[in-house]
Structures are given as C-alpha cells and as structure tokens.
Design a protein around this ligand. Sequence first.
Ligand code: DGL
Length: 258
Amino acid sequence: MENREPIGVFDSGVGGISVLRELVKLMPNENYLYLGDSKYAPYGTKSLEEVRKLTIQNVEKLLGKGAKSIVVACNTATSAAVAVLRQKYPDLPLVGIEPAIKPAVLHNPGGKVVVMATPMTLRQEKFQKLMSRYESQAQIVPLPCPGLMEFVERGDLDGDDLQKYLTELLWDFREEKIDAIVLGCTHYPFARKMISKVAGAEVAIFDGGNGTAREMKRRLEEAGLLSDSEDRGTVGFFNSRDTREELELCRFLFERGD
Ligand code: DGL
C-alpha cells in the first residue's frame, strides 16, 4: 500500500470542484479531500493579507488531515499567495491554477480573448505578467466579474438572474466579435452553459482545470507519490460552512454531468 494519502484540494468555496472533477478524471485511483471555505467567500474582493491568511489556514487544515500534496483550486488564492506557500512549504508538491490564457491565445492567434476573473486575480502582478507574455499574439481583455461566484455558491447555474447578470456584464461586447473567453475563476465553469448562451455559441471557452490536473500528476510522478492502488479512490468533502445544504451542493456539483 503506497502513497494512498489524499491529494488536498481547496478553494474559497465550491468552485474548485470544477478542478477536482478534472483531477478525478485524470487520476481516478487517487483519494481526495476537498475543502471549500464558503464561510469566508468570496476571496476575490478581500485584501491581499486576508486572502494569504485564509489560504495558509486551508493548507494547514488539509495537511492536518494527512494530505500528501495540495492543489490550490482557486485563481484568486493562487495569484495572491502561491509564492508565499512555496516559500513556507518548499518540499510539498503544490500546484496552483491560473487563467488559461495560453491555450486560448494559441487557438485564436490575432483574436480577441476576454478573461473573466475576480477583481483580485486581475489586479495581481502574476496576472499582469501572464498577460504581457501573450499580448503580442492576441488582444487580451481582462473582465472583472464581482458577484458572479456568488451565483454558483447559491447553486444558481441557469436562472434568469444569472442570465441578466451576464448580459449586463458582456453588454459592451455586443457589437464586437469575441473569439474566446477564458474562465479565470474556478467557479465559472459551472456557469459555462449560460456564459455560452449569452456570449454566443461560436465563442470558444477555456478553463485551467485540466492543465492544473495534468501538472499535479506530473508533480506527483516526479516526487514518486502517485498512488499504487488499482481501485477507484474516495472523495471527501469539507466546508467551513458546515451545513447539510452546503455538502449537498458539493456533491451535486461534483456529480453534475457536463
Ligand atoms: N474560485 C475562485 C477563483 O478561482 C474565487 C472566487 C472568490 O472567492 O472570489 O478565483
């Protein structure tokens, strides 16, 4: 029995379950612990110091439960705190998520790529650097979406209010052609259908979940920490808002088939 300790995955809330799903698809024989910090969500409108503190607390909780590696399944926490985490836990296989600008630009050279993310993610130097790397290859337009993650936290993935929110958010683009949208927050893939309906089916949509899962696999391989189990692993959910409804929402999002 080797390396059966769980992979710890966390987010400010339920959004990181979109990344967890990719991890389980890629490495079904691993065990997982998912921690959502819904009690303190959203992170994207908090101060940098607050997000760093909450992020370290989440890592500590998962390590306390025996996690062998950590996935920061939150773009906001990654942009605010991944450097601090790497310093604090130099030997821990730790992977963060960042907006999938690279694949979006490579598939749409010279096109218009809109990056939807929290205000904090878009403000950070990490994002500015990522954007400047691809700016000569496409027109990249950051689009802060305060309030969007809250729809997903409420489990509202296809209601009229969400459609209205997105219509207003994308209003300025109604007469311009968008080639691609990058979902730079892990909550947004759960609203993908509505985003596609409002933006138009011809707009390609990218998220970083799969790339993050592949990176975690590479890191575990490198560290010799991949599980040797041939059976399907388990997934445990924890949430700082420890209610039955919250855990039901986690399961619902995890099992949702799209
Ligand atoms: N899921 C988060 C992200 O990927 C953050 C949402 C929030 O807490 O504001 O950025």
